[in-house]
Design a protein around this ligand. Sequence first.
Ligand SMILES: [Zn+2]
Ligand SMILES: [Zn+2]
Length: 447
Amino acid sequence: MVNRTFVNALRGVVFFCMLSYSGNAQYITALSYERYVYLHSHPELSGEEINTSTYLKSVLSKAGFTIIDSLGFHSFAGILYNGKGPVVMYRTDMDALPIVEETESHFSPSSTVESDKPIVRMHACGHDFHMTTWLEVAEDLVKNKNMWKGTIIFLAQSSEETGQGAKAIISSPNFKKLPKADYQIAFHNTPELRSGTVGFCEGYAFAAVDMMNITVKGVGGHGAEPFRAVDPVLLSAYLVTELQSIVSRNLPPNDPAVITVGAIHGGTVGNIIPAQVELKLTIRSYSAAARNKILQRIEEIGNGLAASAGLDSSNFPIYTLLDMSIPSVYNAPEMGKMLFSALKNNTLETAIMPSKMIGEDFGVYGASLNIPSYMLWIGTTSSDNEKCPGHEECAIPKLHTSRYYPDYTVSIPLAVKAMSTSIITLLNTRPIPITHSTTPSLKNTKQ
Ligand SMILES: [Zn+2]
Ligand SMILES: [Zn+2]
């Protein structure tokens, strides 16, 4: 429900934005181009973003931000105070992926060094795009200090791809030195939208991710005498099938989830029944209720199958949740309404995006800090090229692929405009109360 005060505040914001912010660059600036080329050609993997972090820090320091360092891995924050007002945190990620780039870019990582071996690092998730935008937005907000009051926290995060970075920031002692944010914002680039189009997804935008290993125990024996053994291969086959009944039979149809068994390893040859089999799963869900129900049912089904095979409880499967678990990203609808109006009034194209079952550790901040959050999408596909930027023969390359090639020349200035407008809008709005929490409970499951 949007209350009257909120609507009045919103009117003020819309009016304000129509009048004021007008970053209208149609083409990437020379400075942003130089930064994008540097960041793209020097990708660093999760937890190794030393040079990237140093590079970003030097730009923010020069722009007048106070740096708070040592926020886990190579994460840091830049803070800029500008009088009394809301506190807005804007996060960028910094890490690349272990992929050999196959675009025709003249500044791909392998094309900029002399080596026979290709470089297995690429900004295939576009975090270089995020960082270039983030730097220009920081400078933009400094330039336009007369348009806002409050505090901005520019957070540069390591290790998004491994789901470790946001958790490390929240639990680092230095995080307490940061002012408490009233709003958090970020964006992710996407080839699914035209350059600069801003995508909105209200409510759950990204899924909670859990990675689980299950050791299915049995009693080993000769392949010719299965009656003297308890066959964990057969038990695993039942388990894989039964796990698929959880989503269809234990969850409400309007609370989606996915369970995938991505790996099974057990046994050596055909005539030996092994003593155990290892399964590796990924579990995706939106609500904490769905997530907890899935974890509970996995154990119940696994234990039930083991008992029906004659195993006692000491030989029930072992369930191990890996350290990669992250909560879902919940986009506060109240924030979405504000940003949507502001961006529309600043002539930016907008689109509605579906929820994704992929994960984003931006959800850690919303779940841990209980602050309204929003992650926007920003399109990167050139309108000149219907098929595939740089590669006419293929479909548009997706994120996390070797041919991902964002139309940075047009998309970056529009991303800067979208993020500057969004942050100025938030800084000129009274903080809204949080209406939702995704904080999950891990009870019932061994870690
Ligand atoms: Zn990614
Ligand atoms: Zn990403």
